[in-house]
Design a protein around this ligand. Structure first.
Ligand SMILES: [Zn+2]
Length: 96
């Protein structure tokens, strides 16, 4: 089926926010065009179920972090990865 993330384009433009509440902080983040990680740039995905699970896993990570009151940046530092990467993982765009 056509990739639901990039709608078959193979790339997706993502606003990577540095704050959790980016709506309030507006510009504090960056807009990046990335190879779509759901489909690996092919524009189609074979396994929708795996994609859904990855998205759910990311959401759980984000909820857990928020319940501890930890910021994206602090959590990323603790895990030894960049805030950008953690943001992507939490959005289900990368495997953790
Ligand atoms: Zn895609």
């Amino acid at each position: 089926m056509i990739c639901p993330s990039c709608k078959g384009k193979g790339t997706s433009v993502a606003f990577v926010d540095w704050h959790d509440d980016s709506k309030e902080h507006g510009m504090d983040g960056e807009l990046m065009e990335l190879e779509c990680h759901y489909c690996g740039g092919t524009g189609a995905i074979a396994d929708v179920e795996a994609w859904r699970k990855r998205e759910q896993r990311g959401r759980n990570m984000r909820n857990e972090r928020k319940s501890k009151g930890e910021s994206l940046r602090d959590a990323a530092k603790r895990m030894g990865i960049s805030a950008t990467k953690l943001s992507q993982i939490e959005r289900g765009r990368l495997d953790s």
